[in-house]
Design a protein around this ligand. Structure first.
Ligand code: ADP
Length: 266
């Protein structure tokens, strides 16, 4: 009898181990597939400006006598593509740095009202170019334990998008509120909006609703992935609400006191 019980138990344990192993293998495969997809996306995105530069340079080289104006125009286009390549690389580096298992967060007490004011001030010139009115409403003074650089990056990306995907003469409304546990940042705009079917995907790396339109506007498709990562590192959350043609609102909720992953696991 004892032997039989031992046999049954061993059988059960072997099956449990095998199930756990299969589960792990499945997850590893998923990680591998998503890494592969990421590398392939990165290559594709980096190749696009390069391909444009090649076409521009080749067409200049093919002509024997290039008029100065044409030369100037093509060189300006090449310079634009170089800037774009640079933007993609910089955003990628930011993402990779934040994606580490133990990213170095520099947590300090930060005045969030001031952080928002400074971010909006910095983006004012882009807003003015589009005649977009940017308003900040601070419902109360907020000081929280955050990584100032990373949180600024998140807010900056949200406000920049709210301006970029807005209509001429539109508005952006940023607000700050808090309770005893969290602070809340809201960035609302009167822009083009995001179709329902895209809303689940916009935080993915390189995802853009309208590739050609976004490219024209000058995005890398990494801004929201960076914003989301920065917020998640603070154990916060980020959500989007949008009606196409009416506008978009992003809400960010972040704990006032930072709890590290190790401390949270205890
Ligand atoms: P991008 O560099 O293209 O702006 P993001 O990651 O910042 O990339 O945003 C991903 C996509 O989400 C954008 O290409 C755009 O289609 C959409 N999007 C982001 N913010 C807004 C907004 N405020 N209004 C409308 N569409 C937006």
């Amino acid at each position: 009898f004892e032997d039989e019980e031992l046999h049954v138990n061993t059988f059960r344990e072997t099956r449990q181990i095998s199930e756990a192993f299969n589960k792990l293998l499945g997850r590893l495969k998923m990680v591998d597939a998503s890494r592969e997809e990421f590398v392939s996306n990165v290559s594709h995105e980096l190749k696009t400006p390069l391909a444009s530069m090649k076409v521009l340079a080749d067409s200049l080289l093919l002509q024997e006598q290039v008029p100065v104006e044409l030369y100037q125009e093509f060189m300006e286009d090449i310079a634009k593509e170089i800037d774009r390549e640079n933007d993609i690389i910089n955003d990628l580096l930011t993402l990779v740095k934040m994606g580490k298992t133990a990213p170095d967060l520099n947590i300090t007490q930060v005045n969030i009202n001031q952080l928002l004011e400074l971010t909006l001030k910095r983006l004012k010139p882009i807003a003015e170019k589009k005649n977009v009115e940017v308003v900040l409403e601070s419902f109360r003074p907020v000081t929280a334990e955050i990584d100032e650089v990373k949180m600024t990056l998140a807010v900056s990306n949200l406000v920049e998008n709210a301006i970029k995907y807005n209509n001429e003469g539109g508005w952006v409304h940023a607000s700050l509120n808090a309770d005893h546990k969290f602070f809340y940042i809201k960035v609302a705009d009167s822009g083009i909006g995001i179709p329902k079917e895209d809303q689940d995907h916009i935080f993915e790396r390189f995802y853009r609703v309208d590739k050609s339109h976004s490219r024209e506007i000058g995005g890398t498709g990494l801004g929201l992935a960076i914003a989301r990562n920065a917020v998640i590192l603070h154990r916060g959350s980020i959500k989007v609400y949008s009606n196409p043609g009416e506008g978009t609102t992003f809400t960010v909720r972040v704990p006032m006191i930072y709890v590290s992953a190790q401390a949270a696991a205890v």
